[in-house]
Design a protein around this ligand. Structure first.
Ligand code: CTP
Length: 413
């Protein structure tokens, strides 16, 4: 498959995923996982163990996937080779939940039902998502089995800690379907950012007026979060310095929450060491109230004037202080007019390697939307237009171009 930014942004499109469901209480979460995979345009086939069918009916998975569910070696379609074909024609096999039993069987090469036999014959990537009682999970025999499977190249998404169905607390919870999906995305994506450290800023800063009010902007943080997810999906170690957003923190990313522009500046500069790339997608308030009132400002006079002072320009400071070996700097320019002219000026004055400009007054691009249409400007004067893409695809496109600059720079060094 040719890896374009569009299919990196939609890694399940046209991919075949086999979901193996085994007999644990978390089997009900596998139904949501299948629904999400189908929504992301994967072709999903489901194999269940006999015990899994005691928790959830195969009919649920058949309705969600649109395909027949296989439970036993003896209910195949007559060709008798599905236990081989499924595992070899799939792009990914996800076993969720994976019980201690299926993990033990896979580790020891036991093939006594459809799913375990398919796993033994599989050439596709396999992701196991263990879920069980904490004692079972911590049992050395289970841990040895997992280590063996990891050594053989299978992937394991470790369970979370929390309240378990057996009314105990501890490690053993199946991760949420969205988090399993995120790990699956990573497994389907080339790891071209492995060994790289990427710092992304996202969201809006909030500059307090008093304890209950602030000055901010309409940034949703979606573009920055998409960049952080995309970089992590491609193998980078990612730090996301995030202003206010309503978004869920991306899995596998170090999230540093900040309030004001001054907080953001401190967070960025203190985490700069070892960064290969800094991408500043945050919408930083250019000004802040000169003083924040210690108590709620009371309604009184007909007019209220707020005295504002300028915030530091974090990106400009980064650009001015970067030497030859400094991180690659990618800025964003949110504009409502004279897009190219303003973006070009920001690229130059902030000493950036690249700037991503978007017209935030357009209905399908910019703040709050799931799509974006950007122009990327480079130091050599080139301008590249993205066309209308999902923010995930734009994120991959930006990373593609940033990686090209980094690779070129390394070759010239
Ligand atoms: N930026 C920053 N610190 C600021 C203001 C902006 O780091 N105090 C960064 C943004 O994260 C973005 C880029 O600079 O990557 C451009 O931000 P933008 O708001 O478009 O431009 P400004 O430089 O603030 O200029 P103006 O508001 O006049 O358009």
């Amino acid at each position: 498959m040719v890896e374009t930014a569009v299919n990196k942004g939609a890694p399940f499109l046209g991919r075949r995923v086999v979901v193996g469901v085994t007999g644990g209480i978390a089997a009900y979460k596998a139904a949501e996982l299948v629904r999400l995979l189908v929504r992301e345009a994967a072709e999903v086939l489901v194999a269940m163990t006999e015990n899994a069918t005691r928790f959830v009916s195969p009919l649920t998975f058949e309705a969600l996937s649109g395909h027949r569910v296989i439970r036993s070696m003896w209910e195949a379609d007559g060709t008798g080779i599905e236990h081989i074909a499924w595992g070899q024609e799939a792009d990914l096999i996800l076993v969720a939940p994976a019980t201690a039993n299926i993990i033990g069987k896979a580790a020891c090469g036991i093939a006594d039902d459809f799913l375990s036999t398919m796993l033994l014959a599989a050439t596709a990537k396999i992701l196991l998502c263990p879920s069980m009682n904490t004692r079972m999970f911590e049992n050395p025999v289970l841990q040895e089995n997992l280590s063996r499977l990891l050594q053989r190249g299978l992937s394991v998404l470790m369970p979370g800690a929390g309240a378990l169905a057996c009314r105990t607390e501890g490690r053993g919870r199946l991760p949420e379907p969205e988090d399993i999906l995120e790990e699956a995305r990573r497994l389907l994506t080339p790891q071209d950012l492995e060994g790289r450290k990427v710092l992304v800023t996202a969201g809006a800063t909030r500059e307090p007026i008093d304890p209950v009010r602030y000055v901010s902007n309409r940034s949703s943080g979606k573009m920055g979060y998409a960049l952080a997810r995309a970089a992590r999906q491609r193998g980078a170690a990612v730090v996301l310095v995030s202003g206010a957003t309503a978004l869920k923190p991306p899995v596998g990313v170090e999230v540093v929450g900040v309030g004001t522009a001054l907080d953001m500046r401190q967070a960025v500069f203190s985490r700069l060491v070892g960064c290969d790339m800094v991408i500043k997608a945050a919408a930083v308030s250019d000004y802040r109230p000169k003083t924040a009132a210690p108590q709620k400002v009371k309604k009184g006079a007909e007019e209220l004037n707020l005295e504002m002072v300028k915030n530091p320009d974090i990106l400009k400071e980064l650009g001015m202080s970067k030497g030859d070996g400094g991180p690659l700097l990618v800025g964003f320019a949110a504009e409502t007019e004279a897009l190219l002219e303003h973006a070009r000026e920001k690229l130059r004055s902030k000493n950036l390697d690249m700037i991503v400009a978007n017209d935030v007054s357009a209905a399908d691009a910019g703040f709050q939307t799931d799509t974006n249409r950007v122009k990327m400007l480079f130091r050599d004067g080139r301008v590249e237009e993205s066309g209308l893409l999902s923010k995930d695809a734009v994120a991959h496109l930006v990373l593609d171009r940033a990686m090209e600059i980094l690779t070129r720079r390394r070759a010239e060094a």
